[in-house]
Design a binder for this molecule. Structure first.
Ligand code: PLP
Length: 239
């Protein structure tokens, strides 16, 4: 068994345990393997271990990996989870299946206009700055209904829910409180947009709290693929 396979099995057990602890069905929580900065050979080990959903942060790196792996593994699902500038939207629209980091209408419109007709609509999550950090991407909760309504009207996008990267918290109780605020925002969104079925919340350090709060998609990198090089630090999460 490869290390990647062992790691994946352990994460799946942790997800199942966290779900059972709060009375949720583990099948309602999907695992996104965050493969940024990691080589294709490790992604292929994860594929061999049954992993199908992968997240990438950097547009060009993601597009290179997708171009290589899509022909061989057509059933993989590729999620863009990094900060998105408008000059990179065309690449994301052309190659990815999901984008988690939409936080302004201008970006949403470009993704919509640039999504090729030959592929299904792009699945979109609105990024919420739930910890209200000045330096972070994402909209405030109060702005969510307005942006959601505008995105829902774009025919080449499918509004699937919300995503957040909460600030690190010292205790489980604090993590849970922030994750529950995010879940409340998600439930308000669902009341108006019942098609929104995805709460992308939880990373290696706050996965348990995110699942307790209702996350449906946890994004795990380090615990699957090992630590990333310091030179390739995550721009979303410099802590
Ligand atoms: C890098 C990253 C992750 C994975 O973080 P780990 O701490 O390696 O599990 C999850 N979500 C986003 C948005 C990321 O950029």
């Amino acid at each position: 068994m490869t290390v990647i396979e062992q790691n994946l099995q352990q994460i799946r057990r942790q997800i199942a345990a966290a779900a059972e602890q709060c009375g949720r069905d583990p099948h309602d929580i999907s695992l996104l393997a965050v493969s940024k900065t990691k080589p294709v050979s490790l992604i292929e080990e994860a594929i061999a271990a049954g992993q199908r959903r992968f997240g990438e942060n950097y547009v060009q790196e993601g597009v290179d990996k997708i171009s290589l792996l899509r022909p061989r593994y057509p059933d993989l699902e590729w999620h863009f989870i990094g900060p998105l500038q408008s000059n990179k939207t065309r690449q994301v629209a052309a190659h990815f299946d999901w984008c988690h980091t939409v936080d302004r209408l201008r970006i949403a419109r470009r993704l919509n206009d640039q999504r090729p007709d030959a592929v299904p609509p792009l699945n979109v999550l609105i990024q919420v700055n739930i910890s209200e950090e000045a330096s972070k991407s994402g909209i405030m909760v109060a702005e969510l209904p307005g942006l959601a309504a505008e995105i829902a009207a774009l025919p080449r996008l499918r509004l699937r829910g919300v995503m957040a990267i909460p600030a690190p918290e010292a205790s489980y109780a604090r993590q849970l409180a922030v994750c529950q605020q995010m879940a409340a925002a998600f439930h308000h969104l669902q009341a108006v947009h019942p098609e929104a079925d995805t709460l992308s919340l939880g990373m290696s350090d706050d996965m348990r709290a995110a699942i307790a709060a209702g996350s449906t998609l946890v994004r795990i990198g380090t615990a699957i693929f090992g630590a990333r090089d310091a030179g390739a630090a995550n721009p979303n999460n410099p802590h």
